[in-house]
Design a protein around this ligand. Structure first.
Ligand code: AMP
Length: 116
């Protein structure tokens, strides 16, 4: 998959394609994964199109912290009181398929370890 910064997620941010959006603020948006791997599977993304975690810069420090707090907030909103898993796939070996930074929230069932 290409690493062009314009991805389907930018189109979701701009409301050019539909998504089941569960949270939004000035910096981030969260929506349900179209191919859910758990009863709750939500993606939290920055509106800024950082392709992958490895591309984040020192000036993105506050944004990266904000994304984790959005994860916490969305997980609470979804009622994930038993816990949840947060995943960031990075690059080819990380299994990343969409090159717009995103944090997966997976919950509603027990998550095995190690992952595949
Ligand atoms: P990753 O493999 O970490 O890059 O994850 C990309 C995720 O985006 C996958 O879990 C896909 O199911 C999900 N995805 C791709 N297109 C869409 C879409 N249009 N709406 C919601 N989720 C999507």
């Amino acid at each position: 998959m290409s690493e062009a910064s314009e991805t389907i997620f930018s189109k979701i941010v701009r409301r050019e394609i539909p998504a089941d959006i569960v949270y939004e603020d000035d910096l981030a948006i969260a929506f349900r994964d179209i191919n859910a791997q758990a009863p709750v599977h939500i993606l939290v993304i920055p509106k800024k199109p950082i392709p992958k975690l490895a591309d984040a810069q020192p000036e993105d420090q506050a944004l990266l912290g904000h994304l984790l707090l959005v994860v916490q907030r969305v997980a609470a909103q979804e009622g994930l009181t038993q816990g949840y898993r947060t995943v960031i796939n990075t690059g080819e070996d990380g299994g990343q398929t969409v090159y717009h930074l995103h944090l997966h929230i997976l919950g509603g069932r027990f998550m095995a370890w190690p992952p595949g």
